[in-house]
Write a new protein. Structure first.
Length: 277
């Protein structure tokens, strides 16, 4: 698993030179975002390696975050873990997303029908973060818990997010992705372009073995009234969802998102049905 270093600017791709930018705050947030769901605690040295920050800086940041109640220190192992208090930062956002309550039964129906998993996600830097999910009981091999991050560029849900953006928004993010992936970009960029072309013709994106060799999925975006772009994913390991069923699965996910859009008075193709003038 790769870890993005110095991630604070990944959301905007700019601002670090602005005098309003508080580097210490950005670094503290980067420390919190470094923890992964399967981590059993990280030492200062491990955090320094993942973030690229100097060890003395990491020590000051972890001490501060622990003092504020966002990290817990295991004094026996010297490792830090996220404290449950950090959930207080996210709950207000989740409470505002009432669409989760409306989407959940639709997602559960589709997950049970297809034998895989369905997720709703939002963008965080170069990743998509799951904010709601449903899965068939047989779907156990791939973790899909709320808060889990998945790579934007190689997943169906991330490519769906790209498809839901405006042309200028997509161009800006494509520039950031190109810089982020460097020598890997030509291959990844070609996959993204293929996914966007597929979306244009079929209404959903596909990732067949791109994110993981044994995982297939489809994705559909949904643009909210406030401009937020959500993305939905439906997929599973290839022993449950073979690549040849993705066209049918894509149509079912499109239908689900269209039902959800109508319930929210949104355009099923991604934009709010508001005034056109």
């Amino acid at each position: 698993m790769g870890f993005r270093k110095n991630t604070a600017l990944a959301l905007t791709g700019k601002g670090i030179e602005d005098r309003q930018f508080v580097r210490a705050l950005a670094r503290g947030l980067d420390i919190l975002k470094t923890f992964q769901a399967d981590d059993r605690g990280l030492s200062n040295a491990e955090l320094a390696a993942r973030t690229g920050f100097p060890k003395p800086t990491v020590s000051r940041l972890t001490f501060t975050l622990m003092s504020l109640g966002y990290l817990h220190l295991n004094e026996t192992t010297g490792r830090y873990a996220l404290h449950p208090h950090i959930l207080s930062l996210g709950f207000p956002v989740l409470r505002q997303l009432s669409i989760r309550d409306i989407a959940r039964p639709l997602m559960e129906d589709l997950a049970n029908a297809c034998g895989g998993a369905v997720a709703m996600a939002v963008r965080d830097g170069f990743n998509m973060i799951v904010i709601e999910r449903a899965r068939h009981p047989a779907m156990t091999r791939v973790p899909l818990d709320i808060g889990i991050g998945r790579e934007l560029a190689t997943t169906a849900v991330g490519r769906a997010y790209l498809a839901g953006l405006s042309v200028p928004e997509r161009a800006g993010l494509r520039t950031d992705l190109k810089a982020h992936y460097g020598l890997r970009w030509p291959a990844i960029g070609a996959q993204i372009e293929g996914a966007l072309t597929h979306f244009k013709h079929h209404g959903f994106t596909v990732s067949a073995g791109d994110w993981a060799p044994d995982y297939n999925a489809v994705g559909v975006p949904l643009r909210m009234r406030d401009g937020t772009c959500l993305a939905f994913n439906c997929g599973g390991s290839n022993n449950l969802i073979a690549a040849d069923v993705l066209p049918v699965l894509g149509d079912k996910l499109v239908a689900m998102v269209e039902d959800l859009a109508r319930a929210q008075d949104l355009n099923p193709h991604g934009t709010y049905r508001g005034p056109t003038t």
